[in-house]
Design a protein around this ligand. Structure first.
Ligand code: GLU
Length: 423
């Protein structure tokens, strides 16, 4: 293996990306060595092998993970992803990011993440249901409203959450809605949760453009990814008069320099199940869209999209990270040199988990809020977190990402010191 491949492989390992930022922030904070060790690694990692009867009568075994990084500030919280390339290192990184994310927005949760190695696009609904139920059953003693609360992530959705809630409830012999968030509204889901990550992104972009002296109608936006996060961010921003000029998907993108009509695109996608061929835009190369001229670039797909290979060509003024870990730590320095205003993932996409927090609160109270209340509370939390991070960056002379890590680590470390170490 050549040195460059080795380096790229290391650069693309999300756990390396997480650890590099964590170490830098901990060092800047003068974090004491003991707490440093406690927070550098997850506190629990569960691996399960899930037998599933396939529709063709064959038995298959899938490997699943649930990593709980910290429960210092409350039950651990974080999504579950289904994908063929899930690894333990990736889930570890994502679990740590959840701890930092919940601390940045100051909600009373620790961090966790789950994943199952599978290709959900090649599985039937029945196979997905059986896999989800058995995965949940294997984790039964590790999850719960007071322990660890899963939610949707890449390739999981409200239906998967409904099956998880039902499986957990069958084991408990009572309906326990607060065990997962991101559920359908009729079974304890929250109004506004589906759009929450996208809405949160728009709120922090609003704050960022104010800081940079831009206005919505003169701000061109390119979005990578048209899943739950990317599609809602694009639609909400279009409705708020931002000019969304490009959408990149894995298998192709679309571009219109005068702005794409997201309402029409959403309808088109609903009818055709793809954005390709949309008459209101021209086809574009997804890799080119990432480095095209715009004010805001929103990577809202997966990890490792902005790397040492393309960061120097990125032209946006604001990088709003809708995905988790879209930028490698090697790319951080290049973006900093170019003075790109980065809204780091652990702040930018925290609207999802913040509204999950509201869902958990509503489930436990058995009292459900109007959507306007959810959105107002979300706005308040996101703006406060944005201001906290920017202030931290300015006072400590660090970039926004390291500021967000520092703020989060400081909050978690403070709680650990106050609680003390149980022996
Ligand atoms: N998967 C989402 C995230 O990465 C949401 C997590 C949650 O709502 O618990 O933030």
């Amino acid at each position: 293996m050549s040195t460059t491949t080795m380096t790229m492989e290391k650069e693309a390992n999300p756990w390396e990306s997480q650890s590099a930022r964590f170490d830098l922030a901990a060092q800047k904070l003068n974090l004491d060595e003991g707490i440093w060790k406690v927070l550098r690694y997850p506190s629990r990692e569960v691996i399960v092998h899930i037998p599933v009867m396939l529709d063709n009568g064959k038995l298959e075994v899938f490997t699943g993970f649930r990593v709980q990084h910290s429960i210092a500030r409350g039950p651990s919280k974080g999504g579950i992803r289904y994908a063929p390339d899930v690894t333990l290192d990736e889930v570890r990184a994502l679990a740590s990011w959840m701890t930092w994310k919940c601390a940045v927005v100051n909600i009373p949760f620790g961090g966790a993440k789950g994943g199952v190695i599978c290709d959900p696009h090649k599985m039937s609904m029945g196979e997905l249901e059986r896999m989800t139920r058995r995965y949940t059953a294997e984790l039964i003693e590790f999850i719960g409203p007071e322990k660890d609360v899963p939610a949707p992530d890449v390739n999981t959705n409200e239906q998967i959450m409904a099956w998880m809630m039902d499986t957990y409830s069958m084991h408990m012999r009572q309906t326990v809605t607060a065990v997962v968030t991101g559920k359908p509204i009729n079974m304890g889901g929250s109004r506004g949760r589906r759009e929450a990550t996208g809405r949160g992104i728009m709120i922090v972009c609003d704050e960022a453009i104010k800081k940079l002296g831009l206005s919505r109608d003169r701000t061109r936006v390119i979005v990578q990814g048209f899943g739950n996060v990317g599609s809602n961010a694009a639609l909400l921003m279009h409705e708020a008069r931002y000019k969304v000029i490009g959408i990149a998907e894995v298998d192709g993108g679309i571009y219109n320099k005068n702005g794409i009509d997201l309402v029409a695109l959403t309808e088109y996608r609903q009818r055709n199940r793809t954005i390709h061929g949309f008459p209101g835009a021209e086809p574009a190369e997804p890799a080119e869209l990432l480095v095209s001229d715009c004010e805001i670039l929103i990577p809202a797909a997966t990890e490792n999209q902005i790397t040492s290979r393309n960061a120097d060509r990125v032209k946006c003024k604001i990088l709003a990270e809708g995905a988790n870990g879209p930028t490698t730590s090697a790319a951080d320095e290049i973006l900093a040199d170019k003075r790109v205003f980065v809204i780091p993932d652990i702040l930018c996409n925290a609207g999802g988990v913040t509204t999950s927090y509201f869902e958990w609160v509503q489930d436990r109270q058995g009292y459900f809020w109007k959507e306007s209340v959810v959105n107002e509370q979300l706005e308040h939390i996101m703006i406060t977190a944005f201001e906290d991070v920017v202030r931290f960056a300015e006072t400590h002379g660090v970039n926004n990402r390291i500021a967000a890590y520092m703020l989060a680590i400081d909050r978690v470390a403070y709680t650990i010191r106050q609680r003390g170490i149980y022996a």
